[in-house]
Design a protein around this ligand. Structure first.
Ligand code: FEO
Length: 396
């Protein structure tokens, strides 16, 4: 991979991981990803902003060589997670004069995670600047996107914000800039990334968002995916995504062994659709957690649908319920439907696992065997309750 120029003094020197298909052994990556790292050349000092995943160190080193970087004065670390920090030890070994510039919390994490010695660090505080001569880097602490130590770096003379994970997308593309023409395709990748990684921290992002909005921005250069040539596009997206508003939407996560629960889901989907409510049913044997995260992010209602297995919910449903509880969605209403053969504790189990949600429980519909006339009636009533609830909060 070659280095790519943002301007005469700023270069992307990281790596594209075309074939990576999973992150954190959890999140599927359909389009690979990139680990962007940036060189900023001042007329006095040279800074490298972030590094790459350790398995791609050779690409970073090769790009630095090709760009003719013989000296790095400052290695800025915006985030201690290893996909951006993992090559710091190799860079320090190749450029022994370089100092790692970061905040106190990130320093402590880098010492723990990568065994970088104390004397290698320069610690900065929120709002502090670092001169490279005719270029200046300003550091903006922006905690909890999605770790506690995260910060952003702003290149004042060129109005470029190096935002690390914030505004990122898991997209592998040799094209550096996302232009206006790319925005439709970039939206999907950026939203998927937000829903999977940033969504549980949306309140922290909202509380700090004015720090980004107050900047004069020419480019936003994250550490995954393309550089935004039109920063207002991704800022506008984030303002919508971090808002507390929910949509007139029901997400149904379900599985079914012999068709009873699936029949209930089909019927409820149809009843909700008739009431002008958007419904997204996820059959848990064929969906991926990224899609589930994206759709639940603004859903007003979640319906969990499960057959009973050995006295409890289906294990794939337990996975989805556990995952949704971790994401802490802003969902306002939850219901549970399903079918059993001979008693069980599905409803109690599911309710107890959703303790992070601040949602009203709408009467569950749990039936014996295949749905009958009275069961369909109960499902119609549930659809009506969901409709009334959506009307009550002004989204229908
Ligand atoms: Fe891309 Fe939090 O690392």
């Amino acid at each position: 991979m070659a280095y790519r120029a943002l301007s005469e003094r700023v270069f992307e020197v990281g790596a594209i991981d075309w074939n990576r298909r999973s992150f954190d052994e959890l999140v599927p990556l359909h389009e690979g990803t990139s680990y962007n790292a940036y060189i900023v050349k001042g007329n006095d000092k040279i800074a490298l902003i972030d590094t790459v995943d350790p398995k791609m160190t050779a690409v970073l080193i090769s790009n630095l060589k090709e760009l003719g970087i013989e000296r790095i004065d400052y290695l800025i670390s915006n985030h201690a997670e290893q996909d951006h920090s993992g090559s710091i030890p190799s860079i320090l070994s190749k450029y022994p004069m370089a100092k790692v510039v970061t905040n106190q919390k990130c320093k402590s994490m880098l010492m723990d995670l990568l065994l970088i010695p104390q004397e290698k660090f320069i610690v900065i505080n929120d709002g502090e600047s670092l001169s490279l001569g005719d270029r200046t880097l300003k550091f903006i602490l922006f905690p909890w996107v999605h770790w506690p130590e995260t910060m952003l770096t702003y290149l004042e003379e060129e109005n470029i914000l190096f935002s690390c994970d914030l505004f990122g997308s898991h997209v592998a593309n040799s094209k550096l800039f996302a232009t206006k023409d790319d925005e439709i395709t970039v939206y999907e990748g950026a939203y998927r990334y937000f829903a999977e990684i940033m969504y549980p921290f949306r309140d922290n992002i909202r509380n700090n968002f004015s720090k980004v909005e107050s900047l004069n921005l020419r480019y936003i250069a994250p550490s995954h995916g393309p550089v935004y040539e039109n920063p207002s596009f991704i800022i506008g997206c984030y303002k919508k995504w971090i808002s507390p508003n929910v949509a007139n939407k029901v997400v149904i996560v379900y599985n079914s062994m012999h068709g009873s629960t699936e029949k209930m889901v089909e019927f409820l989907t149809s009843e909700l659709t008739k009431r002008s409510i958007t419904v997204i049913p996820f059959h848990l044997s064929v969906t991926d957690v990224g899609k589930m995260a994206m759709e639940v992010a603004d859903a007003a209602t979640i319906v969990v649908a499960t057959p009973q297995v050995l006295g409890g919910m289906h294990p794939t449903v337990a996975y989805a319920v556990y995952f949704y509880n971790l994401l802490r969605p802003k969902t306002k209403f939850v219901s549970i439907i399903g079918s059993y053969g001979w008693g069980g504790k599905m409803v109690e189990q599911i309710q107890s696992m959703l303790y992070n949600l601040n949602a009203e429980i709408l009467s569950p519909v749990v039936i014996k065997g295949y749905p009958k006339e009275e069961d369909f009636k109960a499902l119609s009533e549930l659809a009506e309750k969901i409709e009334i609830s959506h009307r009550k909060i002004g989204i229908l």
